[in-house]
Design a protein around this ligand. Structure first.
Ligand code: ADP
Ligand code: MG
Length: 200
């Protein structure tokens, strides 16, 4: 990916998360401790402030560096998980990736998040968006369709019972609310689609 395009992509992801910080906070107030919006905003402000320097690196190195930055700045449970996601993506991507390379890297990155969180899809976490989004991508969907699948999957966490993370402490009371991490994951995927597939 060209540096200019990568910088637009990084900035778009960061802008999207920052613009939705209050919404992510409200979601986390319902079933967590109300810090997801602030955590993500802090992390993506740090990434955005380095967007130019990050984009000067090859794609894999840029993603690894962004992931490291997120681990250092986001905090909470989501910091290490999103950090792992971006670092693992960066590690797995070749310099000039094609569709199959993106799919393989996403598979490796989701597995790394699952290992880090000792979690899997079905437990009301960001994995419940990442897995169906990858499934849509693997089925040949356009990025805007992948983003639609991610939105649907985020809404699909509303009736789920939380088995991992802070929301799991609520037991049955976690049911009826969207998982904040699922929502932030869907926002990131939409931002990627809007940047790489204009008109989305
Ligand atoms: P914290 O829960 O420490 O306050 P955040 O509020 O920033 O951290 O992030 C909460 C989100 O992190 C949850 O909505 C969920 O999607 C995700 N999450 C938490 N624990 C796990 C886990 N073990 N595996 C996968 N995702 C998790
Ligand atoms: Mg929280």
């Amino acid at each position: 990916m060209e540096a200019a395009k990568l910088e637009i992509l990084i900035t778009k992801i960061a802008d999207t998360i920052i613009a939705h910080a209050d919404e992510l906070t409200s979601l986390d107030q319902a079933i967590g401790d109300g810090d997801h919006g602030l955590n993500m905003k802090r992390g993506f402000e740090a990434v955005r402030s380095e967007a130019a320097a990050l984009s000067a690196k090859p794609l894999g190195e840029a993603l690894k560096a962004a992931g490291t930055k997120l681990v250092m700045t986001v905090g909470g449970a989501s910091g290490p998980l999103y950090g792992t996601l971006f670092m693992a993506l960066g590690k797995a991507l070749p310099d000039n990736p094609g569709r199959a390379d993106y799919a393989a890297a996403a598979r490796a990155a989701i597995d790394a998040v699952a290992m880090r969180g000792k979690s899997q899809a079905g437990q009301k976490t960001l994995l419940d968006v990442l897995e169906p989004a990858l499934a849509a991508f693997n089925a040949g969907a356009s990025l805007s369709m992948v983003a639609d699948a991610a939105d649907t999957a985020a809404a699909g966490t509303i009736p789920m019972l939380a088995i991992r993370g802070r929301a799991s402490f609520l037991g049955e009371r976690s049911v009826g609310h969207m998982d904040p991490g699922a929502r932030s994951a869907a926002l990131i995927i939409r931002a990627v689609a809007q940047t790489l597939e204009p008109g989305t």
